[in-house]
Ligand binder design. Structure first.
Ligand SMILES: Cc1cc2nc3c(=O)[nH]c(=O)nc-3n(C[C@H](O)[C@H](O)[C@H](O)COP(=O)(O)OP(=O)(O)OC[C@H]3O[C@@H](n4cnc5c(N)ncnc54)[C@H](O)[C@@H]3O)c2cc1C
Length: 332
């Protein structure tokens, strides 16, 4: 016979002597009771080859060194096989960063079958200078621009350049005058940190689309319901263009959390808990990252989302694996 009082005594002793995180007392209800009375989840629907694969796009950043350049190109070559609808290259402030963006975009045009989208910002340049960059892109065959306001290098509050485009909506209107670009713009399910309110931010998104943008790509987010609610609010505000979810497979949780904090992106406690204790274990972090991102995209897919933009961080493996889970296969 089980001495129930003894086991209770053991539990109370454990409570006093051990860490509350690693040695929690056993749950009060027996497992069978929890199975029978707890919530039931039907599971995510599975999609076979008869379903159309979703449309993907991938984001890269221009590399700073030769080693990083080699890494980027290995990434581009691997992801090229799944025929994304476009790949985008970010744009920084400062001449050398911008030259690297141009060089990367031009090489994508010359050497791959990919459709590049060049990011372009309003920061630190006059309208004429920005227009000239856009014209140069058009001349080398770039037909898609991701139009952004940009941020002040090193942080600080944004002040428009005198004679420059003040906000992304102004840039979109300017690009429309330069050439017949396809234009994507940024959207923020967690609300842009400088926005006066969520409604003002949504009004701004609408302004960008009304100025001539084709679609919005969201900043990354982790709570799927935040994104879905954002779609509801966008629709209620009269936005009908695609709002493509930006997916960030997180391998470096600490770094991501810092970025998220300055960008007003909510990082749920459960995500921190998943990466807890893995600070020195990159291999396991990668496996966890794949599971988290795969779960996120599958949940979005189950909710009818069939376009995804991946922040690749110039690494192909996770993005490729998650694309595969979404049903995307290499194209001959
Ligand atoms: C998909 C994606 C790609 C990105 N790529 C890059 C990149 O390559 N390079 C880079 O530097 N950054 C990039 N960013 C970051 C982006 O530049 C920053 O988030 C920036 O702070 C805002 O850019 P935006 O285009 O959304 O700006 P905007 O749409 O202009 O909005 C910026 C803020 O100003 C407010 N606002 C807009 N118009 C007005 C107005 N008339 N009066 C007052 N307030 C106004 C908006 O509500 C918002 O809070 C990217 C972001 C995303 C989501």
């Amino acid at each position: 016979m089980v001495d129930r009082d003894a086991s209770r005594r053991d539990v109370s002793r454990m409570d006093q002597t051990s860490s509350p995180v690693s040695h929690k007392p056993a749950p009060a209800r027996p497992t069978l009771e929890r199975w029978l009375t707890g919530p039931r989840f039907p599971g995510l629907p599975n999609r076979g080859p008869e379903h159309a694969a979703p449309l993907l796009s991938f984001e890269f950043f221009p590399p700073r060194t030769e080693a990083l350049e080699a890494q980027l190109w290995a990434c581009i070559r691997r992801l090229e096989t799944v025929a994304p609808r476009f790949v985008s290259v970010t744009y920084g402030a400062g001449g050398s960063t911008q030259a690297r963006t141009h060089a990367t975009v031009a090489r994508i045009v010359r050497e791959t079958r990919l459709t590049p989208a060049a990011h372009l910002t309003c920061v630190g340049a006059t309208r004429d200078e920005v227009d000239e960059v856009a014209r140069t892109y058009w001349q080398v065959g770039v037909r898609h621009v991701v139009a952004l306001r940009g941020d002040v290098p090193g942080g600080g509050s944004y002040v428009p350049h005198p004679g420059g485009y003040a906000y992304a909506s102004d840039l979109v209107a300017g690009l429309r005058r330069v050439a017949d670009f396809e234009i994507s713009v940024a959207a923020y399910p967690d609300v842009h940190p400088a926005a006066a309110s969520a409604t003002a931010d949504l009004d701004n998104l609408k302004r960008k689309l009304d100025a001539g943008a084709t679609r919005a790509i969201t900043n990354f987010f982790f709570d799927t319901s935040t994104y879905l609610r954002f779609l509801d609010r966008a629709l209620a505000a009269g936005i009908t263009a695609s709002i493509v979810p930006g997916i960030m497979p997180v391998t470096n949780f600490v770094q991501m959390r810092k970025f998220a904090a300055t960008n007003g992106i909510e990082v749920p406690d459960w995500l921190g808990h998943l990466f807890d204790g893995l600070e020195e274990d990159a291999e396991t972090r990668k496996l966890v990252a794949a599971v988290v991102a795969a779960e996120q995209v599958r949940l979005l897919q189950a909710n009818g989302v069939d376009e995804f933009h991946f922040y690749t961080l110039n690494r192909a493996d996770l993005t490729y694996a998650i694309a595969h889970i979404l049903g995307v296969r290499p194209v001959a």
